[in-house]
Each structure stands twice: as structure tokens, then as C-alpha cells.
Design a protein around this ligand. Structure first.
Ligand SMILES: [Zn+2]
Length: 78
């Protein structure tokens, strides 16, 4: 599996493509997709890039808003 990019050695992420009904491997650094045989399919489009950025930001927002204080409960001394 093309887990690592041949060009820059960055880790690739598997992203399912709705249009092709296949999973391609995405390199964020190079901005392209390869298939399971490590053949470059195409470049990442501007729309896809924006979508991935939006998803990442949303995820970061969610993890930031998690209440960390509620985890440390005080114990009463009786
Ligand atoms: Zn790369």
C-alpha cells in the first residue's frame, strides 16, 4: 500500500472518492492522489483542498471545546 509518498516521504492518507468509488491515497504536501499501485491519479482540486481544510478546522474546534475541568473532580473529606 502506498502509505508513504515516493516524492517527499510524507505519510499518505486514504480518502474514499465518491465519484470513482475507490479509495485513493492523498499526500498533503504534494497535493495529489495515487491509487493502490502507487500510480498518480490526479492533483487535488481547489475545492477538495478547501473541504479538507474545513473538516480539519471543525475537528480542531470540537476538541478545543471539550470541557477539561470536569475531568478533575474534588473529593470531599468526611
Ligand atoms: Zn508527497
Amino acid at each position: 500500500m502506498p502509505l508513504f509518498c515516493k516524492q517527499c516521504n510524507e505519510r499518505r492518507l486514504p480518502i474514499f472518492q465518491e465519484t470513482e468509488k475507490k479509495t485513493f491515497w492523498h499526500c498533503e504536501k504534494c497535493g495529489n492522489f495515487v491509487d493502490a499501485e502507487d500510480m498518480i491519479i490526479r492533483e487535488v482540486t481547489e475545492a477538495e483542498k478547501n473541504e479538507m481544510d474545513a473538516k480539519l478546522k471543525e475537528f480542531e474546534k470540537k476538541t478545543e471545546s471539550l470541557p477539561g475541568e470536569s475531568l478533575s473532580r474534588r473529593k470531599g473529606v468526611n
